[in-house]
Design a protein around this ligand. Structure first.
Ligand SMILES: Cc1cc2nc3c(=O)[nH]c(=O)nc-3n(C[C@H](O)[C@H](O)[C@H](O)COP(=O)(O)O)c2cc1C
Length: 318
């Protein structure tokens, strides 16, 4: 089997530049990162504050693909020019975000039922952007035929990649991924395809890889956040992780220090760290208890005590 290219999924609020930097210093096997979405804005000059998360001086050392969400072709082109000026050669277009307020405005997954609108946006964007365009899609809003109806449009443009998360927007992140629907879309797409969804362990990765042997790009989100060793595990074909708790502790310390350096006051840092543990606690033997206890913590000092106490007693569940 070819060595796969493993891509960190964009997860807004979580896979920030602080998280990404620390992640790459502590774990192996990840090849590429996709940054959480940046909204397009109707301005000729993009405020650099909007691009902070993807500024080259904040990079982790791995190739990073910025992601944009929006439905105004001109604004999208302006954003691509600003990103190209920062040195990026590829920008991903988010057509997968399932949240209702977003999709009601025909952004994110709300674009999936509108092939004519996607066509006109891609026509302008692909014709005027200095960067390559890739897209991240779902199967549809509620109806899985929506992606199939969109594929002839996607095939018209020189997209560098189509990342498919095989769920509908209505499903959000719940229920099973539909590998048969993924298969149908994959057969029809004439552009490189990346698989994304529920790669939570080696067995599921191997199941997808065995069914789609020609796919070599895989995007990992919640599974990798819960088990940051997962890329190493996939590449080594072995789930054993020596010194797991020590490595998780060191990673946690670095993420925490990074947020403490930029956020002011206990509350914003605690907010970030509670989000961190939503995923990170899943493979700790005492993770549920830890998460319950630290959700109640109101001060960083008690938070730190709780985490160090739990990590001292914890075992890693592969
Ligand atoms: C909290 C959260 C934030 C997310 N933010 C983004 C985002 O900014 N852009 C995007 O394309 N997908 C986003 N996603 C979706 C993930 O990138 C990914 O497609 C999804 O979690 C499915 O992959 P997984 O099963 O490996 O987690 C987000 C998901 C979650 C749970």
């Amino acid at each position: 089997m070819n060595t796969p290219c493993l891509i960190l999924a964009p997860m807004r609020g979580i896979t920030t530049m602080h998280y990404r930097k620390a992640f790459v210093r502590h774990f192996e096997g990840l090849d590429v990162e996709m940054a959480p979405f940046i909204s397009t804005v109707s301005a000729e000059r993009i405020n650099p504050k909007l691009l902070k998360d993807v500024l080259p001086e904040n990079d982790s050392g791995l190739p990073l693909i910025p992601q944009v969400i929006g439905n105004k072709a001109h604004d999208f082109v302006q954003m691509n020019i600003a990103l190209h000026d920062l040195g990026y050669n590829e920008v991903n277009w988010n057509m997968g975000c399932p949240h209702k307020p977003i999709r009601k405005k025909r952004r994110g997954s709300g674009l999936l039922p509108h092939p004519e609108l996607v066509d006109s946006i891609l026509d302008t964007v692909c014709g005027n952007s200095p960067c390559k365009i890739s897209v991240k899609v779902r199967l549809g809003v509620a109806d899985k035929s929506e992606l199939m109806n969109l594929i002839p449009v996607l095939n018209k443009y020189p997209l560098s990649e189509v990342v498919i998360h095989p769920r509908t927007a209505e499903q959000m992140y719940n229920g099973a991924v539909d590998l048969d629907a993924f298969d149908k879309a994959f057969q029809q797409l004439e552009r490189p395809v990346c698989y994304n969804g529920d790669i939570n362990d080696l067995a599921f990765y191997q199941k997808v890889k065995t069914r789609f042997p020609t796919i070599n790009r895989f995007m990992l989100g919640r599974g990798l956040l819960g088990n940051p060793f997962l890329c190493e595990i996939i590449k080594n074909g072995n789930s054993t992780v020596p010194n797991a708790i020590t490595r998780i502790s060191a990673f946690h310390e670095e993420v925490l220090a990074s947020y403490e350096a930029v956020l002011h006051g206990d509350n914003p840092v605690l907010g970030k760290m509670k989000e961190f543990w939503t995923y990170q606690a899943t493979h700790l033997s005492n993770g549920r208890k830890l998460f319950k206890k630290l959700k109640k913590s109101q001060h960083l000092s008690s938070y730190k005590n709780i985490v160090s106490e739990f990590l001292n007693e914890s075992e890693w569940i592969a």
